[in-house]
Design a protein around this ligand. Structure first.
Ligand SMILES: Nc1ncnc2c1ncn2[C@@H]1O[C@H](COP(=O)(O)OP(=O)(O)O)[C@@H](O)[C@H]1O
Ligand SMILES: [Mg+2]
Length: 444
């Protein structure tokens, strides 16, 4: 065995160097290098396994949480020995959701909930509010990942939660908890525990709106699944979404509500993102997106007011800012609307965020509706992607949206003419449009 030479690592980006540098050549940070203390190189070997081997279990064992929406998004439950990351903004409800899940797993055996950011008392109080009284649910208030690992191996729990990965640290690295190297190292140590001992682990990760320094993005490739809990903190609605899933489909979403007793499945998930009103005001439209296999009907609102600024304001919430600029440009070019003299605000109801271009058409019609001060008829759903020439492009799941929409009580749909002979009306009004000019004729 030969002794490894000294190595230094940048605590911000993970760049390695044989000498201690003042400035990192990779990310440009100053004084960010710390020495890596590593043991001796081992001479251990591993055994490759044939792809036809019958010694390996072919289907992964899944443990269901019993929260249907959650299991569905996970792809049927949590896979034994897997490690997943649940990310979200501070205060969105990650700790709440995972405490609930931990208590469900506690029916099957010992569960360890490791917290590096809250006290025993705080978690106990939350558990009391959520009505959780599981003797098998153990709290470990700790941040040292080695100690946590050894405790897990000693206690052999059926399920572990690490809340949050940014508060954990490895004593072998000098960086502060939350730095990229620390977050990665802690994830690596815990992944080891999950994989080699078959214990499913959920890591909690904080994401902040303005992009994060050492956030979940830096460990996405190290874990089996990445899920985000989204929503507006001030609103009760929450979306639990899969971004990466080695054991299931991505882009699935479950809709929850944050209540006093915790996160509960939304009663009517497909209609959660619509204001409950009989008549929508001008500047409001209903559109439908597809989240995995689930069509979600959501309300988009636009407000156009005369501007007092040399450059008009464009403000978005829930949709892509550049997409709004593009839609405004298309409206100006195709319909000769003078939008340069209006401030335009567009947002989705209930904090629903989407990059799905199928909502383009609804953004365009809400802006028109606000400018013309004319309402869009009730029970009407508009969807489709806008091309640069104002044409309406087909998007996936149109038929499913129409079928589901009809079930939910919508009676008119405005969609791309691509579907003209492909979707049958069956008791609803289908308005097929080639371009934004035709849509204007149909609605206004
Ligand atoms: N008494 C309560 N009733 C309803 N919701 C509550 C109550 N107390 C806290 N919450 C909700 O819990 C949220 C905090 O959840 P938490 O799980 O600590 O979030 P995170 O772990 O993502 O930071 C708050 O934003 C609030 O919406
Ligand atoms: Mg928390």
């Amino acid at each position: 065995m030969k002794k490894k030479s000294k190595e230094y690592v940048c605590t911000v980006c993970g760049y390695r160097s044989p000498v201690k540098l003042g400035r990192c050549p990779e990310c440009g940070s100053w004084n960010s290098f710390v020495e890596v203390t590593e043991g001796e190189e081992s001479a251990e070997t591993a055994t490759p396994i044939s792809i036809t081997s019958d010694k390996v279990k072919l289907s992964e064992a899944r443990i269901k949480t019993g929260i249907e929406e959650f299991d569905r998004v996970l792809g049927g439950g949590i896979v034994e020995g897997s490690i997943i990351l649940v990310g979200g903004e501070p205060g969105i409800g990650k700790s709440t959701l995972l405490l609930q899940i931990a208590s469900i797993f506690a029916k099957q055996g010992k569960v360890i909930y490791v917290s590096g950011e809250e006290s025993y008392l705080q978690i106990r109080m939350r558990a009391k509010r959520l009505g959780i009284e599981s003797k098998n649910l153990y709290l470990l208030i700790e941040q040292d990942i080695d100690l946590i690992k050894n405790t897990i191996l000693k206690e052999q729990p059926v399920f572990v939660v690490i809340d949050s990965v940014q508060t954990m640290f490895s004593p072998h690295l000098q960086g502060a908890p939350g730095s990229v190297t620390q977050v990665r190292e802690c994830t690596r140590v815990i992944t080891d525990v999950a994989k080699n001992h078959g214990i499913p682990v959920v890591l909690v990760g904080h994401v902040t709106k303005g992009g994060m320094i050492a956030g979940p993005k830096t460990i996405e490739h190290l874990v089996d699944g990445v899920f985000y809990l989204e929503g507006e903190r001030t609103d009760v609605k929450r979306i639990f979404r899969s971004v990466k899933n080695r054991f299931g489909t991505t882009n699935e979403a479950g809709i929850f509500e944050m209540q006093e007793r915790g996160l509960v499945e939304a009663e009517n998930p497909m209609l959660t993102f619509i204001t409950e009103e009989d008549e929508f005001p001008a500047g409001s439209a209903i559109t439908a997106t597809l989240e995995g296999s689930l069509p979600i009907f959501l309300e988009v609102q636009a407000l156009a007011t005369p501007t007092y600024f040399p450059i008009p304001r464009r403000v978005v919430s829930g949709i892509d800012y550049n997409r709004l600029l593009l839609i405004i440009a298309i409206l100006e070019k195709q319909l000769h609307l003078k939008l340069g003299s209006f401030d335009i605000y567009v947002n989705t109801v209930g904090g629903f965020t989407t990059k799905d271009r199928t909502i383009d058409l609804s953004v365009a019609v809400t802006i028109m509706s606000s400018i013309f001060d004319k309402r869009i008829p009730n029970k009407t759903v508009v969807f489709g992607e806008l091309g640069l020439g104002g044409e309406i492009r087909p998007t996936v799941g149109a038929e499913r949206k129409v079928i589901q929409g009809k079930r939910l009580g919508f009676d008119s749909f405005v969609l791309s003419s691509f579907f003209k002979d492909k979707i049958k009306a069956n008791g609803v009004n289908l308005y097929f449009a080639k371009n934004i000019r035709e849509v204007k004729e149909i609605i206004f």
